[in-house]
Design a binder for this molecule. Structure first.
Ligand code: BGC
Length: 433
């Protein structure tokens, strides 16, 4: 790294190596233990009331709704004789509240219900993948704790999401659905189990890096100290809500981004690594660099006047700074400026890759499986940011970190992708109620 760029990052407290992997893993583990005990922790550690060992009925259709950060998807799913998921009547809508103005609760649930109405004749059961921090009840409904990913529908916070949706569907169709709500990371974990992969695994985790980020793993009931009533000897999936992990110090860029958002102070980890934020974070870095004199004055003026950059534009341009058709078209970059974009932009992705790997590794190590090469532990990974980010050889960088962290600790692991994981996992949950 050029000295001027190195000084730039140092002067803004942006560090690629510290805290070290070992320090971060230890903090993650301690925060997980505290969250499971109900003590003060940045990790909510939400018990999902989902076990991973129930057989999935075949040839039985189930309704599925997947409320993600950007899209709302609905479908009817059934598993064929070979255990393969068949997805029918798939439809995609924008996630209510993810763009445009604030929605009231009634409108929010009305939009969800309207998407389901055409499908309700197909099944009475609904698997509902809801990708937000939600406290789950033993009968698998969920109370929204807070919105993340900048969704705007304040009135929904504190409400039972499944029950309100069921009621809105009943008003429209006269039918009462039976709903099982689960987080998308739990759904992804379940999808990995049901994928019918030939290899035998000793454990599963689910990791998402898309608009938001999060992890789920399977925990022994005895370790979920905040629920002493759970039957000893059992295990259930836990939604870590790792996007709120508090163990990584913020740089000036992170602070500037966080301050500009309505939910300032929350989900700081997610704001460092996920698709909803990497573009805005990148713009903060470029603007700080412009203020610090790292760009020509014409480019600096144009960068400082730029209001918004999408994650895709930032990633594509850092990866290829001669690309046309991005928000950077309007900036009069010299070749030196383009070099600076690469030099100050790439570290954002380098840091995100290491932090993503730490997050995955923390869940794998917590599970404790994967000590026998015959039975590796399986990490099912979903999310557009993980698979589509180009800069810093993002995905292979995460995988390299995982090897570097897990191999010396004697852990055998495999990462897999399951197409439509949240939908398949939600179907499994809906069918195994
Ligand atoms: C939410 C999690 C979700 C993750 C990935 C985060 O913003 O808090 O519940 O699993 O995004 O979609």
């Amino acid at each position: 790294m050029k000295k001027s760029v190195q000084n730039f990052f140092e002067s803004h407290d942006f560090c690629l190596e510290s805290p070290s992997n070992d320090e971060l893993l230890a903090t993650f583990d301690a925060e997980m233990t505290a969250g499971l005990a109900g003590d003060k922790s940045s990790l909510a550690m939400i018990p999902a009331y989902v076990t991973t060992d129930k057989p999935v009925p075949i040839n039985t259709p189930v309704l599925v709704m997947d409320a993600g950060g950007t899209n709302l998807r609905v479908a009817v799913v059934w598993f064929d004789n070979r255990g393969l998921a068949r997805i029918e009547d798939f439809k995609k809508y924008p996630m209510p509240g993810s763009s445009g103005g604030e929605l009231d609760a009634e409108t929010f649930f009305a939009k969800l219900a309207d998407a389901l109405v055409p499908l309700v004749d197909r099944s009475q059961s609904l698997g509902f993948c809801f990708s937000y921090p939600t406290e789950v009840t033993p009968d698998c409904d969920g109370r929204l704790l807070r919105w993340t990913k900048q969704v705007r529908a304040k009135q929904v916070v504190g409400r039972m999401v499944g029950a309100n949706l069921v009621e809105a569907v009943r008003e429209r169709t006269g039918r009462t659905l039976s709903v099982r709500l689960l987080n998308d990371t739990v759904a992804t974990l379940l999808a990995g189990r049901s994928a019918g992969v030939a290899r035998r695994h000793s454990g599963q985790i689910g990791f998402i890096l898309g608009t938001g980020t999060n992890t789920a793993y399977v925990e022994h009931h005895e370790n979920i100290a905040k629920l002493p009533q759970l039957k000893a000897g059992g295990r259930m999936a836990v939604n870590v809500e790792s996007g709120n992990f508090g163990g990584v110090p913020q740089s000036d860029f992170d602070k500037a981004l966080d301050k500009s958002l309505p939910d300032c102070g929350t989900y700081r980890f997610e704001k460092m690594i996920s698709g909803a934020y990497l573009g805005s974070l990148g713009l903060k870095v470029l603007q700080h660099a412009a203020e610090d004199g790292l760009f020509s004055s014409a480019a600096a003026t144009a960068l400082l006047a730029t209001r918004e950059i999408t994650n895709k534009d930032f990633d594509d341009f850092v990866d290829n700074p001669f690309l046309n058709g991005t928000a950077f078209d309007k900036v009069p970059f010299t070749d030196d400026d383009r070099r600076t974009v690469v030099e100050v932009g790439t570290p954002i992705f380098v840091r995100a890759a290491r932090l993503a790997a730490i997050n995955i590794a923390a869940a794998i190590l917590r599970d404790g499986a994967g000590r026998d090469p015959l039975y590796p532990i399986c990490a099912t990974i979903d999310g557009s940011t993980y698979y589509r980010t180009r800069s810093a050889q993002f995905r292979s960088r995460i995988e390299a970190h995982l090897r570097e962290i897990l191999q010396p600790r004697g852990v055998f692991f495999e990462t897999i992708a399951v197409e439509d994981a949240p939908i398949i996992g939600a179907a499994v949950a809906g069918l195994t109620a």
